[in-house]
Design a protein around this ligand. Sequence first.
Ligand code: CTP
Ligand code: MG
Length: 241
Amino acid sequence: MSTHDIEPVAAIVVAAGSGSRLGADVPKALVAIGGVPLVVLAADALLTGGASRVVVVAPAAQRDDFLRLFAGRDEVRVVVGGAQRQDSVRQGLEAIGDARFVLVHDAARPFVPARVVRRVVEALAAGARSVVPVVPVVDSVRAITDFGSAVIDRSTLRAVQTPQGFDAELLRRAHAHVAEQGLAVTDDASACEALGEATVLVEGSRESLKITEPFDLVVAESLAAARQTDSGPAGDGRADA
Ligand code: CTP
Ligand code: MG
């Protein structure tokens, strides 16, 4: 199925965090990789992968900077976020209009390949209501216990990525529910699970790394350079790891 056969998909890029672990002198989403701010890379990745419009959720103090970045782009709207990520998602949901499907993506994952976005959209079109891209965990993992530590069977673990995809009405209800109950959720699928909704997993990609600490910028710069020369792991159609 082509994503063009599917009804319009709205996307929210949450970009209102400060990036305290990155420690840059601007909010993380404004940090540039290969000369392009993370938030622009992330919004363009969603549009390339099948979103028809994007709501970017910006920090209040940088709203004008974000508006300038997307000036003249009718498919992108900028709104202001909240104190926690889930507050920012709620602000984004207010601005998506009546789209049936919505993707929620972290600006901190600027390199999500178009094929991962398409997989999420196709799962929604096939009837899933809450979709999460995941990758296998490559490290051996130990859980800290009262008595020391214990190995966890890595084969049962998956690391969670974005964009997560939803039936928009479900996600609205889920966020209203967690806000009302005062629940803190780490991602949007968890908010839907709080309503008893099952999560459908699709294959993510290691390319879709999350930029969190300064080290990640080094990896990101080399990924961007590899994409420029088309010599790196970023070409579409290559195997996901
Ligand atoms: N985010 C947001 N609103 C918040 C907090 C986070 O929109 N109040 C967004 C971030 O901009 C980011 C995504 O949620 O794109 C994932 O959050 P994270 O990687 O933790 O970013 P920050 O919260 O900015 O970073 P840190 O936790 O290091 O301060
Ligand atoms: Mg954070």
